[in-house]
Design a protein around this ligand. Structure first.
Ligand SMILES: Nc1ncnc2c1ncn2[C@@H]1O[C@H](COP(=O)(O)OP(=O)(O)O)[C@@H](O)[C@H]1O
Ligand SMILES: [Mg+2]
Length: 455
């Protein structure tokens, strides 16, 4: 959309020449000769930038500036002023003007200022609309479920989000929704426009994990050719989500405790303290009390983290959430697979309720995804939703036809061959090949590189 500029100046010639000039540059321009006309316009219309002469016949420019900001919060205003009244320009800047130019002015100079303001403005707007999208995508509205436990969790998330620094410990089995809750806490809080950084403790070897979290100085170890910032530095002002914290090594736990207590840490190989303002959200699917008994998890860290523990119950303990969750995922996959499958029938819901869901909501999601992908009709039948061992039973016959030859075989050769076949069958579509082989896309990519398969 073409930006609209409002020019407020009592000198007709200046108004006119500014108007001409901006129109030639492709902007929309509105002209006002006094404060009243400007105020009336701002009340009714949106403007992207205002150019404001400080000396107007009927009002003080500063008053008009304030009024403009009341009407359009954040509206960028450039002040036009005579050189003799530079003091009032300073005051205007204090009141929120973004720039000022002095009369007589050079048109090129003015244009540069205008372009710069509009550029930063559009970046700011794009950024804020992106953040708003993320808030919707990851906020509380995504947490489905009306069981008393889920209602409680949502209430807790809302409360925690308001307290800015409290650390949180999420406890619950795998697939219960811990990641999702961690994000909701971040996106519902005042930190939402700052980064949400996450890391899984089990994903990396210990030394690498430490440098990922805390960064390292140049030369800290053999491969450390450059200084590297860690997660905590990147997340400054935002939140850090540490998943699988129950598996973190005690030495690293101690360092983490220090961040929680002093809001400071040292990079690996560093001597200076780095200060950060970060909220820590940790999660584990382990029995943390057991881990403390065996010394695997530091008690002091547990107490520091668990000011507000959130226990996310397994799906089998809140089966009343099942229909809403299942239909929520159905909607999601209808959209993704361009299907129009109707909401689940009571029979199907009943079948889902008989199962005990060891993989929790994640497993439910996968079951619905599979059903939505494979169902022939637009109504799901009981036979479309395969659960637990039924699902295994479905895969087993295929697996059973692979027999180890008498003389043995080379596992890598077999793997390579199957991968080749899967890629051929899917015309090189890695996502579908991954599905056929029960692997993730990353695993496929890794194996393709390993076996030097280029499709
Ligand atoms: N209450 C819920 N509402 C909607 N989706 C959920 C809910 N709980 C879990 N999910 C979904 O289930 C999957 C697993 O959740 P996740 O947060 O990764 O679990 P965890 O971190 O506990 O293993 C994700 O796709 C998540 O979006
Ligand atoms: Mg998780």
């Amino acid at each position: 959309m073409t930006p609209r500029i409002l020019v407020v100046d009592d000198e007709k010639l200046i108004r006119w020449s500014l108007g001409e000039c901006f129109r030639k540059e492709g902007f929309q321009v509105e002209l006002a000769g006094d404060g009243a006309a400007a105020a009336a316009f701002l009340e009714k219309h949106d403007v992207d930038l205002a150019l404001l002469d400080l000396r107007l016949p009927d009002t003080d420019g500063i008053q008009l500036l304030k009024k403009a900001h009341d009407e359009i919060p954040g509206l960028p205003v450039i002040i036009i002023t005579a050189f003799s009244s530079i003091d009032s320009a300073v005051e205007a800047m204090r009141c929120g003007a973004v720039d000022y130019i002095t009369k007589p002015f050079n048109m090129d100079e003015l244009m540069i200022s205008v372009r710069r303001v509009l550029d930063t403005e559009s970046i700011r707007q794009r950024l804020s609309s992106h953040i708003n999208e993320e808030k919707v995508r990851f906020g509380l509205g995504n947490i489905v479920g009306e069981s008393p436990k889920m209602i409680d969790i949502r209430r807790l998330v809302r409360r925690i989000a308001r307290s800015e620094t409290t650390s949180i410990l999420l406890l619950g089995e795998s697939g219960t929704g811990k990641d999702m809750i961690a994000r909701a806490i971040h996106y519902e809080s005042a930190r939402a426009d700052k980064p949400f950084m996450n890391i899984t403790s089990t994903a990396l070897p210990e030394t690498l994990l430490e440098s990922q979290i805390f960064g390292h100085e140049k030369g800290a170890f053999t491969d450390a050719r450059e200084l590297k910032k860690g997660l905590f530095e990147f997340a400054d002002g935002g939140s850090v989500y540490l998943d699988e914290i129950g598996d973190m090594q005690p030495a690293l736990q101690a360092k983490l405790l220090r961040v929680l207590e002093d809001r400071a840490f040292k990079r690996v190989g560093g001597t200076d303290d780095i200060r950060v303002d970060v909220r820590v959200i940790a999660a584990t699917n382990r029995n943390i009390h057991e881990a403390m008994k065996t010394g695997q998890f530091r008690e002091d860290l547990f107490y520091r983290l668990s000011a507000v523990p959130i226990v996310v119950p397994p799906l089998r303990e809140r089966k009343e959430d099942l229909p809403a969750l299942a239909n929520h995922f159905l909607q999601l996959y209808n959209h993704e697979f361009h299907r129009d499958i109707s909401p689940l029938s009571t029979e199907v819901v009943e079948k889902l309720s008989t199962y005990n869901w060891p993989g929790n909501v994640r497993e439910l999601r996968n079951v619905i995804e599979r059903a939505a992908l494979l169902a022939k009709e637009d109504t799901l039948m009981e036979s479309d939703v395969m659960l637990g061992t039924a699902l295994l039973g479905h895969i087993q016959p295929a697996v059973a036809c692979f027999r180890l030859p008498e003389e043995g075989c080379n596992m890598e050769e077999v793997e390579k061959m199957l991968l080749q076949q899967a890629l051929e069958r899917t015309q090189g579509n890695r996502t579908r090949a991954a599905e056929l082989l029960g692997m993730t896309r990353d695993q496929i990519r890794y194996k393709m590189e390993k076996f030097d398969l280029n499709v």
